[in-house]
Structures are given as C-alpha cells and as structure tokens.
Ligand binder design. Sequence first.
Ligand code: ATP
Ligand code: MG
Length: 425
Amino acid sequence: MSKAIQAVRGMNDLLPEAVERWQRVEASARDVMCAYGYREIRLPLLEKSELFACSIGTQTDIVEKEMYSFEDRSGENLTLRPEGTAGCVRAGIENGFLHNQIQRLWYAGPMFRHERPQKGRYRQFHQIGVEAFGIESPDIDAELILMCARLWQTLGLDGLSLELNSLGTPESRTAYRTELMRYLSARRDQLDEDSLRRLEKNPMRILDSKNPAMREVIAGAPNLHDHLDEGSRGHFERLGEYLRESGVVFAINPRLVRGLDYYTRTVFEWTTDRLGAQSAVCAGGRYDGLVEHLGGKPTPAAGFAIGMERLVELLALQSDSHPAVRPHGYLILLGDEAEKRGLKLAESLRSAGFRIEHNCGGGGLKVQFKRADRSGARLALLIGEDEVRNASITIKNLRDGAQRSVAQSELIDLLLKDTPRGTAP
Ligand code: ATP
Ligand code: MG
C-alpha cells in the first residue's frame, strides 16, 4: 500500500473541537466590529503578484522570500495573498468606493506565507483585518485601538500590552534614514546577512529584525522620534491623549516599525508574553500613502490585522469556560415504523428550537445508545415498538440516567419547560 498523502507543511487542519473555539472568537469579533459600524468585505485569495510587490514593497520579508507565487495556465503571475490590506485597497480603487468617502471595512480569512513553520507561525494562517479609509485625524487611530481593546475584553483575555510608535511621513523619514544608515554602516561587522542586504535600500527594516544577535546594535540606533515632522508629532500626541482619556494603557516603543513599507505615522502592536517567541497578536497602523501608490486618489487610511491562530491559542491557555455546543437530544429509533416517524419528529423538535441529532443508519439499542453518549447530547429520546404502539416516547437523561415515558404529543411542551436552549448544552 502506498503511503497516505499528508497535508502541506505549515498548513493545519482545524478539527471540529478547535473550530468551535474559532467560531466563538469570530462571533465576538463580528459583534465588536458591527458595534463600531464596520462592514464585512470578502476578497479573492489570489491576486496578481505585482499588487503585493507594489504595495508591500520588494525589500520586505514577505515579498523577498515568503510569497506563494506561480504562473497560472494562461501565464499570469499570481500570488496567494500574504495579507489583506493590498487586496482591500485594490478592490476599493477598482470598485470606486474609496474616493471622497469614509469606509469602515473588515475581513477575515486565510493568508499564505512561506515561512519556517513553528508554534504560532504557519504557512497558511488566518487574520481578521480591519481597515478605515478617508480619515486623517488620530481619532480613527484611537477607534481602531479601542476596537481591539473591546475585543480582548469581550473574549475575557488579559495580559495583552499595547505598544505605539509614529513613523512620521515619508519626507520626514528621509533625514532619519540617512542618519540611521550612517550609524549602521559604521557597525557593519555587527549586522547579520539580512540586515547587510537591507542596509542600502531599506535600513529601517533592520530595526524590525527578529535576530537576538542584532538587539544591541538596534538599541543604540538613532531615535526616529527626534526626526518626526511637526504634523506627525501633533498627530501622535493627540492619539496618546485620546487613549489616556479612554483608559487604554500603552507604551511608546520608538523601535517599533512595521515590516510593510506603506505605513505612515501611527504604528501599533498588541503583544503577549504568554506565547513565547511569536508574541505579536495584532499589528496595525496608518498607511496614508498606499491608495495613491496603487493608482487611487490620495486617501488617508489606517487598519490592523489580528493573527487568529495566536489569539485562539492565547484563549486556550486561559482555560476558557465556554461549554462546547452539543445536541440537546439524540433520537434513538428502533424498527421501520419508528424510523419513519423519527424524521418528522426530529424536524418538529428542530422547528421548536432544539438541536437534535437523529440516529441515521439503524443499529441495535446498545449501538444507538453508544452513539447518543458520544454525541454529547443531554437527552436520549427513544422510539421503539412499544412507543410506536402507544404514541409515546421514552426520555432518558444521559447525565443522571433518569428515565420516563411521555406522549409524543406532549414532548415539545415538556422539553420547552425543562431544557435550556440557545447554545447552552
Ligand atoms: P511577525 O513579526 O510575527 O512575523 P508580521 O509583522 O509579519 O509578524 P503582520 O504582517 O503585521 O505580521 O500580520 C499581523 C499579524 O498576523 C501578526 O501580528 C501575527 O499575529 C499574525 N501573523 C503574521 N504572520 C503569521 C504566520 N506566519 N503565522 C501565524 N500568524 C501570523
Ligand atoms: Mg512576518
């Protein structure tokens, strides 16, 4: 026999138990985004490769070495999206919903990056992304951060800390870049291979290095804040005031830069010390230059992306008390006549709001009870020959073993009185 085919490295199956946890996070996120007036947008997983080269920048880790790019059958160069902002902006320009308007949008779904798989870092991972277009003032930056804070609170998550920085404008960064380049060039012997490569074209990316050996040289680097233009400085101070006023705790980290080239002014990151090396759960900021850069009219914009795997993992560490969703009842049917009535009964129970798992595929009493146990249902509802004859149904509580028989016509009323519905088991 040949060896069974396995999944692609770094791409995970999410089994039903995990999916239930994911769905809770997704539902909370949807509620939070809705509460702030954000609307969902769904975008293709595949885009033209040039979109990412243009928007993310050719000097970034993503474009340099992480993209899943290929030529399709008609020779077009395509890439599985490594992040969502580029596609969202592309869609905005193409569908004309960015110019002269305010748009608050969110999306969720898989992203693809060819990274070295490890805990918290996968090749297919999932993000919830949020983008706000058309607002230049820092109140929207504050709103985005408050949304994150509200989501953590809704999920009962603690231990996430917020770091903030301002990257200024591309113009104000030029002078800083020159100074940074001078500083780093004088310390070439301390730079790793990646950093040496970036030194000429994108020295700020060096500040984003994950290599611990680079820590010292980064710590001594000139401070971007000393070079901020007045507009960016005011913007950043105002954001700080808004956050303090709203009770959001943050730390300013002048070394916080984003891997993506299109960020301007505000950048932020939510991190945790509970997930080891992969500590960033959410990252975002302002990218005022991107829409124009991709061929649209100048449009201020800001957004963030949450790494779902890391968020869910964090939740799992905090023994979350949500019970899994299970059927209220498992319908056991013995004999042809019972099976015939069973389908109809199950339908009427579902119409009354109950989650019912119906025994399909026959089987003896023992087998069906075993399946009922495995389903996690609280009640087994049994119709056998006696019950068919008497138009009754036997209800067995699978938690305490209590059993009784009632008329089929009274079943729904009785269950409505006795069973908590909704998502509780
Ligand atoms: P990192 O510094 O961890 O590589 P990044 O700067 O590449 O992150 P972004 O592009 O800003 O990350 O993506 C936003 C979030 O998406 C990250 O904070 C993280 O939670 C998550 N993320 C990014 N890459 C991966 C990955 N390969 N696997 C799982 N989650 C990821
Ligand atoms: Mg990365």
